[in-house]
Design a binder for this molecule. Structure first.
Ligand SMILES: [Ca+2]
Ligand SMILES: [Ca+2]
Length: 142
């Protein structure tokens, strides 16, 4: 290594430590991370409802869907960029042929804010005794 390249490396290190917050902001954008969903009670139990078909929507986009035959934890590990200061998570249970069919059951929704970044994992409970379902979603903003 010659003298010139050594001094350039030293300058780069110095500037990184002087402005760490500026660099962090430039490198990472805010992300919503949906860690897991827990099914305590399914919504479709009667008739031919062998499974629940829950799906999650974030800001109008379906980000996850699956058939759930039994209660328990599902690790999702979904990472969704937050392009605005707020996002809306909606949990649906599919009964028709398409997403957002008129027969789909709305199980609940929550609002997530970019200002929640760094708060750690949070929980939202979607539960309705009459309709017989109970889901919990664990998420965080990074
Ligand atoms: Ca249903
Ligand atoms: Ca269903």
């Amino acid at each position: 290594m010659n003298w010139k390249s050594l001094s350039v490396a030293a300058i780069v290190v110095a500037s990184t430590s002087l402005f760490p917050s500026i660099l962090a902001k430039a490198e990472s954008s805010t992300k919503l991370r949906i860690n897991s969903i827990i099914c305590f009670d399914r919504q479709d139990t009667g008739g031919n409802g062998r499974a629940d078909e829950p799906y999650l929507e974030v800001n109008g986009k379906v980000v996850w869907s699956e058939k759930i035959f039994r209660t328990g934890v599902k690790n999702l590990n979904l990472e969704i960029p937050l392009n605005s200061s707020m996002a809306r998570i909606i949990l649906w249970e599919r009964d028709g042929d398409d997403f957002h069919g008129s027969q789909d059951d709305y199980l609940g929704s929550t609002r997530v804010y970019a200002t929640q970044a760094g708060f750690g994992e949070q929980k939202v409970v979607f539960k309705n005794k009459q309709k017989g379902y109970h889901y919990e979603i664990y998420y965080q903003v990074n």
